[in-house]
Design a protein around this ligand. Sequence first.
Ligand code: FAD
Length: 496
Amino acid sequence: HAVIHWFKRDLRVRDNTALSRASAVAKGKGIGLIGIWLMSPQDWEAHLVSPAKCDFELRSVALLQKELAELDVPLYIETVTSRKDIPQRLLNLAKEWKVKNMFCNLEYEPDELRREERLVRLGAEQGINFEPFHDDCVVPPGSLKTGAGKQFAVYSPWYRAWVAHLHANPHLLNERPIPEKNPPGFRNKFETLFDHEIPPAPDSKALNIGQKERFSRLWPAGEAAALDRIGLFLTEKVERYTATRNFPAQKSTASVSVHHAAGTLAARTSVRMARDVNSTKKLDGGIEGVKGWIGEVAWRDFYRHVLVNWPYVCMNKPFKFEYTNIEWEYNNEHFRAWTEGRTGYPIVDAAMRCLNSTAYMHNRLRMVTASFLAKHLLLDWRLGEQYFITHLIDGDFASNNGGWGFSSSTGVDPQPYFRVFNPWLQSEKFDAEGEFIREWVPELRGIEGQGVHNPYQKGGEAERIAKKEGYPKVIVEHKFARNRCLERYKAGLGRE
Ligand code: FAD
């Protein structure tokens, strides 16, 4: 009587590969389309999804339900207690509604791949055709190989292959058609499916009222908000992206990672829209900022390809095995100071407080704070990876794991281990006026000029204010930390 599309990390109606296909099949058979969204608190727990992200997803699901209803497509919503029951629950719903075809977009982490594999198998046994599609990456994983037929483990040659592949296969960037309106009469027949309430977040993921209001204001949910954000970025900011992207106070980036992570915006849509700003319609030419921005969205694909090719990165293992032997410090006080923004390094503290308050951090600062945790504090990078994913609204396993691997030098195509960011120099370079620091570290607001980057070293008025306001002294001395890091990494690598 209908076909099903199962929504997961693709909470949108537009440019959605499997949804579009489901609608086409329904139309071909002269039947209707039903959407399903299952809330799985166990999955949220297992994947350490932040409360801010759970809330963003729930808000997006509410908007998706409305958009679908305009097409007379119902969105069936249910909470499934045990995640291992999801495949059979989906098949039971299909049987109840006499559905023979079910669609979804693939997620690439091992648990999710295994679940989808089970659904294909159980479905086949029970007479239901379950079809997962590539959609999350612009170039499907598995499409790119080195000249020697191997997987790429370095971004630059991978990026060149990625661009060449898209130029040779432009259809990959085509917009997937929006679903058709369901046939007349469908709504009456499935009336009860139309009024499902959005469940509240489970207790462990619930936000308080103040947080809820703040995040709704900062991060409007749903695909219309996503298209607004990217539209604004492409008309007002992209041209200067390359020149401005590293300066947090300038707020010059697109702020669409939250939408890519929830699937309220497809990475494909982003790349296509950016490409179309270029009169050449090329991905790697034309306006410098457009090229640069597409290159950043490509990093997202890169880390997903890595995850598919080397799934052990999902299992708490560093991409580079030789980095397994680094002897980390397990200093809880240092870890707590880092999480709370009390390290005595203003740029690190500003960034961490920004994360705790807004559930977001600028890319430059993610690199600075991650490097600080792994190299200055010599804390296991996995602690930081975990803290980020449990607090970010755009938390995404592949990008987060990739970013932590890069910054701690244990990952794929990383920062060389001997490159230890000097937080003060990073601060002077990328927050030259101290604007970002003053926004997030109120103790230092009264300091004028350059003293804000390192008040205790600067002495004088800067030091006096920092002391008076109770701003902490550095918890680890920079030179000592740098030397300790180099020694420990070298020893771990057996290079002494
Ligand atoms: P823009 O600069 O406008 O970039 C456009 C898009 O490209 C982003 O929305 C994002 O989807 C993608 N992108 C940009 N840079 C990267 C990158 N380095 N890796 C992967 N994708 C990228 N990004 C996440 O989406 N989720 C995470 O959990 C995450 N964790 C990170 C952890 C660390 C330690 C580091 C160094 C980076 C992490 N990133 C993560 C990547 C990056 O910081 C964010 O994607 C970016 O800051 C989002 O802001 P934006 O949308 O304004 O980005």
